[in-house]
Design a protein around this ligand. Structure first.
Ligand SMILES: Nc1ncnc2c1ncn2[C@@H]1O[C@H](COP(=O)(O)OP(=O)(O)O)[C@@H](O)[C@H]1O
Ligand SMILES: [Mg+2]
Length: 286
């Protein structure tokens, strides 16, 4: 089944052509990396997929699970419902710092519960258990009562993924979720993304400033430059030499200087999800 189908998507901001006739098809259950230097259009594409922007031109079109999310520069009739099936995680500021982690995770449920209950923070026991289970699932089981601002950057990203689970989103769009994290925290966040992809079947699109993590975690990479898709295929083919061919001098921005990976050898694939520590099934209340 096709999760995302984009065709003829273009977008201009003033004189900047942020997206240029983008075509993209993502099957349900894929984990796709979106790479490109800054300004190449990654965030703009993600914002369109999330229904936060509309494209230009009569031909521009985005379908989510076979239904029109937007076409010809207008949101489709099912846009709101489709938005509920898509969760977005940004580089920063995914949580409201002064309220508890638990409430932040539960707010993922807002679409599904009545507004006043959300406003007053009245969640039933089953909902709270689901949120706690989701936090345990992403590896931060003890932080529910803390203010979100007390979490580290990596923990905040994992809490945002927990919210995606509680929301029961089917597509997770993560816009440079590891850009401001140290390498160990970045790895943990990527592990959690890979885990929800493998075990929950959530379709993941993750934009990454650097290609290293794409090679390690995502079977497929879509590479952008100046608003167009310049490569779409196996991540393993994105050797440093090929990146240099695609990006010229700008390739430097996409390759970590300190990995010693300058010979273009792809890194070994991550361990399969089965090799990850087994945890208990998450959204089923204990
Ligand atoms: N709201 C906006 N107003 C004006 N220009 C924008 C806006 N959003 C993005 N752009 C421009 O569009 C281009 C693509 O930006 P963006 O999608 O943020 O790239 P990336 O996420 O790959 O860094 C850039 O030149 C950027 O400056
Ligand atoms: Mg961006």
């Amino acid at each position: 089944m096709t999760a995302i189908e984009v065709s003829h998507l273009s977008k201009r901001f003033g004189r900047t052509q942020a997206l240029r006739d983008v075509r993209l098809s993502v099957a349900k259950g894929e984990m796709v990396a979106l790479i490109g230097a800054s300004g190449s259009g990654k965030s703009t594409l993600i914002r369109h997929l999330a229904g936060l922007e509309v494209g230009e031109g009569t031909q521009s079109r985005i379908e989510i699970f076979g239904r029109v999310a937007q076409a010809g520069g207008r949101l489709g009739p099912h846009a709101k419902e489709l938005r509920g099936r898509v969760s977005v995680i940004f580089q920063q500021f995914n949580l409201v710092g002064r309220i508890s982690v638990l409430t932040n995770v539960l707010v993922g449920n807002l679409g599904k519960i009545s507004r006043w209950r959300g406003t007053f923070g009245l969640f039933n026991r089953g909902e709270k258990q689901a949120a706690e289970a989701a936090l345990a699932r992403v590896g931060i089981p003890k932080v529910a009562a803390q203010r979100a601002s007390t979490l580290s950057g990596g923990q905040q990203q994992r809490a945002a993924i927990a919210r995606t689970l509680v929301q029961r989103a089917e597509i997770l769009l993560a816009d440079e979720p590891i850009a401001s994290l140290d390498p160990a925290s970045a790895r943990r966040v990527m592990d959690v993304l890979a885990d929800v992809n493998a075990r929950d079947g959530i379709t993941v699109i993750v934009s990454l400033h650097q290609v290293e993590f794409a090679r390690q975690y995502c079977p497929r990479t879509v590479a952008m430059r100046d608003g167009t898709v310049i490569y779409d295929g196996p991540s393993s083919a994105l050797t440093n030499d090929f990146l240099a061919e695609l990006y010229g001098a700008a390739a430097d921005e996409l390759v970590l200087a300190d990995t010693g990976a300058s010979h273009g050898a792809p890194h070994p694939a991550p361990p399969p999800a089965a090799a990850l520590p087994e945890r208990h099934g998450v959204l089923e209340p204990a």
